[in-house]
Write a protein that binds this ligand. Structure first.
Ligand code: FAD
Ligand code: PHB
Length: 390
């Protein structure tokens, strides 16, 4: 079997790319190793830049998003028990949207189902071959039977633990990485959000984040040590720790309840360069990971997908190859700015176990500078709402 673009991974990157290409009449096959039920239940991201909302809308999956998203004009940073609001809209003219990644995943899956796209779930042992030839191939097993697809191009959209990046020879790929000595423990519950906007809390017991999925569904995160076990965190322990870390007025308002989901996410900064090898193009978490503090991961993935779809469409419609050649540098210019911001925002808001007394004082000074300086708030706001797509 032959297709134009073979896509490894049916997460947000892979399915969005398949949608944009499909709308332009380009044939794709998506190979995803998980089941549809698993994908619909995966919680993860919640905060979208306007450019991501616009791209989803252009991909024809913006209808429920437009109806159900919550638009936020600001965000709060709390420290020393006090809350400070950053006026995103006043400082940048832009807003951000709350709409869960699980909902995006469902919308994309429904759109593909309606369009009759070729999405193979439970594709096992996916492997990539002939990347530097003009007929790269994907091999996999489906229900035990071996399959092979030849492609014009392959898009590696299979996340951080996928096989696409591994298919690039070590001597042509360069890895830049930073790990953090802590993780995020997240809880989802059908309780009223403690505030109508997000609150990022720097507290001596560790960072906490108050976020949401809707007006009646809350999402909270706690900084915990990297080797923490979710089983050691029954709901009562989570809620009582959260109450200690968020400002007292918020703690008094906090509605607690049964958790619908509880999971641990490791924090990592990671970039693989270049994002192209022969006819393989990496997009999203397959090429880069940011710590979730700046809410950039899914938004960066969407920007990659936009650039890749533009390049492939220009190739098929008018025979241009310059956008394919420029894909990796174009993405990486944006990726590194988001890396810097996510690392900075993590450093500003978390408690680092190994921090010296000097570093603690410098962090406190930076927080107090931030809330006093319009310039510092503008710098945060510009990055938070998303840098322009160049
Ligand atoms: P993935 O979502 O990882 O999808 C990859 C897909 O490939 C998966 O479906 C996987 O099953 C499949 N796959 C893997 N290996 C194979 C294989 N061998 N064969 C076939 N298929 C395979 N980002 C934001 O922008 N805003 C936020 O608010 C935000 N919050 C976050 C909070 C948390 C706690 C976490 C963990 C992440 C958050 N992110 C956020 C980041 C965001 O979730 C990711 O950046 C996003 O999921 C990347 O999408 P992707 O499609 O590139 O990768
Ligand atoms: C979320 O809603 O899950 C979320 C929001 C903002 C972040 C990270 C996660 O920075």
């Amino acid at each position: 079997m032959h297709t134009q673009v073979g896509i490894v991974g049916g997460g947000p990157s892979g399915l969005l790319l398949a949608r944009l290409l499909g709308l332009a009449g380009i044939a794709t096959v998506v190979l995803e190793r998980r089941t549809p039920q698993y994908l619909r239940a995966r919680v993860r991201a919640g905060l979208l830049e306007q450019a991501t909302v616009d791209l989803l809308t252009a991909a024809g999956v913006g209808e429920r998003l437009a109806r159900e998203r919550l638009t936020h004009d600001g965000v709060e940073i709390a420290f020393d028990g006090r809350r400070h609001r950053i006026d995103l809209k006043g400082l940048t003219g832009q807003t951000v949207s709350v709409y869960g990644q699980a909902e995006i995943q469902k919308d994309l899956m429904a759109a593909h189902e309606a369009a009759g796209s070729n999405v193979v779930y439970e594709a096992e042992d996916v492997s990539l071959h002939g990347l530097t030839t003009d007929r790269p191939r994907l091999r996999y097993h489906q229900a035990g039977a071996a399959q092979e697809i030849s492609c014009d191009f392959i898009a590696g959209c299979d996340g951080f633990h996928g096989v696409s990046r591994q298919a690039i020879p070590q001597e042509v790929i360069r890895i830049y990485e930073r790990t953090y000595p802590f993780a995020w423990l997240g809880i989802l519950s059908d309780t009223l959000p403690v505030n109508h906007e997000l609150i990022y809390c720097n507290h001596e017991r560790g960072f906490a984040l108050c976020t949401m999925r809707s007006l009646t569904r809350s999402r909270y995160y706690l900084q915990v040590s990297a080797d923490e076990d979710v089983a050691d965190w029954p709901d009562e322990r989570f809620w009582s720790e959260l109450k200690r870390r968020i400002p007292a007025d918020a703690a008094r308002m906090l509605e607690t309840g049964l958790s619908l989901e509880k999971s641990l996410a490791q924090l990592r900064s990671f970039v693989a360069e270049p994002m192209r090898h022969g006819r393989l193009f990496l997009a999203g978490d397959a090429a880069h990971i940011v710590p979730p503090t700046g809410a950039k991961g899914l938004n960066l993935a969407a920007a990659d997908v936009r650039f890749l779809s533009e390049a492939l469409i220009a190739y098929y419609q008018v025979g241009r190859t310059d956008l394919l050649d420029g894909y990796s540098p174009r993405c990486l210019a944006r990726v590194w700015k988001a890396q810097r911001f996510s690392w900075w925002m993590t450093a500003l808001t978390h408690r680092f176990p190994e921090a010296s007394a000097f570093e603690r004082r410098a962090q406190a000074a930076e927080l107090s500078y931030l809330i006093a300086s319009r310039a510092a708030q503008t710098a945060l706001a510009e990055n938070y709402v998303g840098l322009p797509i160049a």
